[in-house]
Design a protein around this ligand. Sequence first.
Ligand code: ZN
Length: 342
Amino acid sequence: MAAMDIHQRDDLAFPQSLPEFQQLFPDDAACAAYLGRARWPDGFVCPHCGLIAEPFRIVTRPGVLECRACRRQAGLLVGAVMERSHTPLSVWFWAAYLVASQTPGMSTVQFQRQLGLTRYETAFGILHKLRAGMVRPDQDRIGGRPKEHVEVDETWVGGRTRGEGRGIHHKTLVAAAVEVRHRKPGTAQDKRKDGRYAGRVRLAIAADRGADSLCGFVENAVMPGSLIVTDDWSGYASLRKRGYDHHAIAECGDPEMVEQFMPMIHLVFSNLKTWLNGIHHGVSAKHLQAYLNEFTFRFNRRFYPFNAFRSLLGIAGGVEAPTYADLYSGAWTHPTCSGCLH
Ligand SMILES: [Zn+2]
């Protein structure tokens, strides 16, 4: 799984503790140097004259590098998630560290307190910009491995509104696919799960429970030819016609059948809902896809927090990030996995 991360570099260390973080990133200059090494692994290359040499640095502007030969400037943060941000680099690094190393992540308010930010909007903006960097533009489809299958299902998320009673008011439909992997014989930890564990996950908001939405999600999220296990809902009936090996489980309402045939997807849904309600106290439909992205990012990197940290900083380049005004006006569309549905 480690191979899917962009940065696998020993010269880009990951702090294992708060004291180590302090040592590695004592100030904005240290953060800038780290970003420089990430961007130019073989040394700074002047984008104007092509000279490869240690640039001049300006203490008060750590994001700006000046070429020794042509004296023109290069922006360290051009295209990065923190470009044009007034927040110091060291705060961005704390943010990436906290987001990467805290298993469940944190709410905007907790985050604001931890970093001592005076404005809620700043904390909100940083977190959403980091979330924008959590989806790789070239994200590949999951599945496609021989002898492994993918569980697919959909569920209603969020939308408890006081005084409207039970039902699905304001709830949003979320489709999910998760790889089911097998531990090597003899290494099974959990006998109940028969050595199975969850691989990568994909989550997207689905328009409805029709075949176009649900099968469309599968086509965007899962490699053709994969064996897919679903319940017997008619929305999945055309999967075989669309090039998948499809196994529909009848009577999937029975908890024992669910546990036996689709254990991973229900674990994912239950973790997702606990996380949305417990950490974020529910989220609006408008921003739900961003939280699905964060959940996916955390889930797929749950064994590798250091890769998450590097990804947050490294993926940042070339990723479009929203402004606060974009987030609130609705002008910003949260990115989804390649071509997922809205
Ligand atoms: Zn130059």
